[in-house]
Design a protein around this ligand. Structure first.
Ligand code: PMV
Length: 359
């Protein structure tokens, strides 16, 4: 696979105006992407569960214009959001080669999240992938040549990646790999691809309850975090570890070994945070309540033999992962023992899902 595949193949027949809409979910990485090179390419391969409830819905309207450059307005839940514009401007600059109709239209981006905007949950994965899918839909309206569904999905993932790396993993589900890995056929640095091998029934209906420990602004943006890996003393080992973890997960997925799954997934979360604690400058992204929650999960697992485990993104919130047959017991445990450590007791119940779609 090369970038060239994603350049438009035919010239466009321009419509005067129109509108498309798409929804796309967030995803939670089991093996983390943290460190990039070139144009949003990952230093190691990652794999994630696609979520289903935490989603962005975006309507993209377009109207023909004659002026040069990009022209767009962004609305979040009906309210004009100029704060989003610089990120989208940069996204448009990066993807213009691949969707050159961008400068031919004035766009209105109307977007809403199914999760609270202030929840501290990354909306960039769902937001960028929903917008990318809308752009591919417009390209299909303007092109005379049929685009296969697979190419359309790959192109949306390719574009989404240029907006936010992890967004490349939100187009499909339930398990998506992003980043070239020698043991995973079809894997690519350019796009997210569905995990291609056997997945034991033990891993086929997972829940992710997201505990909202800290709902403020991210302490460290992912751009800053990824950049800190450039000069990081442990970077090379970290990238090798992630690729090794992904290789181990191939066997875990096949055999259904939940104990080993827990070891890898929790180890990944802690490695990501260890990278931030040992960078220059250094950051502690956990809060005291994050640690309380982790300790309680460990205690609960020890006492009950449950397969519940945790993972973290680059922040203080905790993703609690567990198989659906444990839902009743784990839900009770979360409400009683973990929710008190969340901001205003808030958490979001999510399950593994299948990815983005047009609306
Ligand atoms: O997609 P970005 O650039 O916001 O990076 C996100 C990276 C993590 O969420 C911390 C890990 C991952 O693989 O999703």
């Amino acid at each position: 696979m090369t970038e060239h595949q994603f350049l438009p193949k035919t010239s466009y027949t321009f419509l005067e105006s129109g509108s498309v809409a798409a929804q796309s979910p967030s995803n939670i990485a089991l093996v983390k992407y943290w460190g990039k090179y070139g144009e949003q390419l990952p230093k190691n391969a990652s794999v994630s569960f696609t979520l289903s409830q935490c989603r962005t819905e975006t309507t993209l309207s377009f109207e023909r214009k004659q002026s040069e450059g990009f022209e767009f307005e962004v609305y979040l839940e009906g309210k004009k959001e100029d704060a989003f514009k610089p990120k989208i401007q940069k996204f448009f600059e990066r993807i213009e080669r691949y969707v050159p109709f961008l400068t031919a239209y004035s766009f209105t981006i109307e977007t809403k999240n199914t999760f609270p905007h202030s929840s501290g949950i990354a909306s960039s994965a769902s937001g960028m992938s929903a917008l990318a899918l809308c752009l591919v839909a417009i390209e299909q309206l303007l092109s005379s040549e049929e685009m296969t569904t697979q190419h359309g999905t790959e192109k949306a993932s390719f574009l989404a990646r240029l907006g936010s790396g992890s967004a490349s993993r939100s187009l499909q589900g339930p398990l998506v790999v992003w980043g070239k890995h020698s043991r995973i056929e079809g894997s690519s640095d350019l796009v997210g691809t569905p995990y291609p091998y056997a997945v034991h029934s033990n891993f086929q209906s997972y829940h992710d309850t997201i505990l909202l420990v800290d709902t403020g602004e991210k302490q460290v943006s992912s751009t800053v975090g990824h950049n800190l890996m450039h000069e990081h003393p442990f970077a090379t080992l970290r990238f090798a570890q992630a690729n090794e973890h992904l290789e181990q997960l191939i066997t875990v997925f096949e055999t259904g070994d939940r104990a080993q799954f827990i070891t890898i997934v929790e180890g990944e979360a802690l490695s990501l945070h260890a990278m931030m604690m040992t960078s220059n400058p250094y950051f502690v992204l956990m809060k005291p309540n994050t640690l309380e929650i982790i300790n309680r999960i460990w205690k609960f697992r020890k006492e009950t033999g449950s397969s519940v485990c945790f993972t973290l993104d680059a922040g203080a919130n905790v993703h609690v992962l567990y198989p659906s047959e444990e839902k009743e017991g784990v839900s009770k445990f979360i409400r009683k023992e973990l929710a008190p450590f969340c901001k205003d007791g808030a958490f979001i119940d999510d399950t593994v899902g299948t990815g983005a779609s047009l609306l």
